[in-house]
Design a protein around this ligand. Structure first.
Ligand SMILES: CC(C)(COP(=O)(O)OP(=O)(O)OC[C@H]1O[C@@H](n2cnc3c(N)ncnc32)[C@H](O)[C@@H]1OP(=O)(O)O)[C@@H](O)C(=O)NCCC(=O)NCCS
Length: 160
């Protein structure tokens, strides 16, 4: 964990529907195609979805990042992980993913998959740190808003 959080680590807990607006705002900062708060609300309420948030340890305790995965049988897939831009690079993503992996594993999933845009250095570094390995590549998977296409790396990590 980052030394910046040595004294006041973020507090991670499951998301509730009350967090949907804040999660949508964070998602809009992180991705070109946003998720409306209503979609996030539906995902948080979906029994097959594991939804975790990290909240600042300050007295306001605002949402600083969230992770969502869908679990089905012994496999699960990360749908999204995103940290508020102003909080990136301070260990929130690592705290969040550590907590999230444990919770997804508790659902009985034995393998966790994800897709990540090639060139997303921060996300790839985070996933590799947590033991995800490359298992495939989807060619021309992401269409950038300004034109251009990028491949998706498919990564996998055992759970449990
Ligand atoms: C990916 C993301 C969740 C990481 O969250 P974060 O809070 O910044 O991550 P952390 O501070 O915990 O750092 C995690 C690791 O990533 C590395 N990292 C962080 N930012 C980086 C950057 N810009 N370039 C390279 N590595 C970076 C850190 O060094 C750390 O690795 P280390 O522990 O081996 O040093 C965050 O950057 C984000 O929300 N990005 C936008 C949304 C996104 O792309 N989500 C992933 C979609 S698949």
């Amino acid at each position: 964990m980052s030394p910046l959080f040595a004294s006041r680590p973020p507090v991670c807990r499951p998301l509730s529907v009350a967090d949907a607006d804040a999660a949508a705002a964070i998602h809009a900062e992180g991705f070109a195609r946003g998720w409306p708060a209503g979609d996030l609300e539906s995902l948080i309420l979906d029994a097959s979805v594991v939804a975790d948030g990290c909240f600042s340890a300050g007295w306001l305790g605002g949402l600083v990042g969230f992770a969502l995965s869908r679990a089905a049988g012994d496999e699960a897939e990360i749908l999204s992980i995103c940290v508020r831009r102003s909080e990136q690079g301070r260990g929130v993503g690592a705290a969040l993913l550590g907590r999230h992996l444990a919770r997804v594993g508790q659902r009985g999933a034995r393998q966790l998959f994800l897709e990540v845009e090639e060139g997303n250095a921060a996300a790839i570094a985070l996933y590799r740190r947590f033991g995800f390995q490359d298992v495939g590549r989807r060619k021309s998977y992401y269409h950038k808003p300004g034109g251009g296409v990028l491949d998706a790396l498919v990564m996998r990590r055992p759970l449990g």
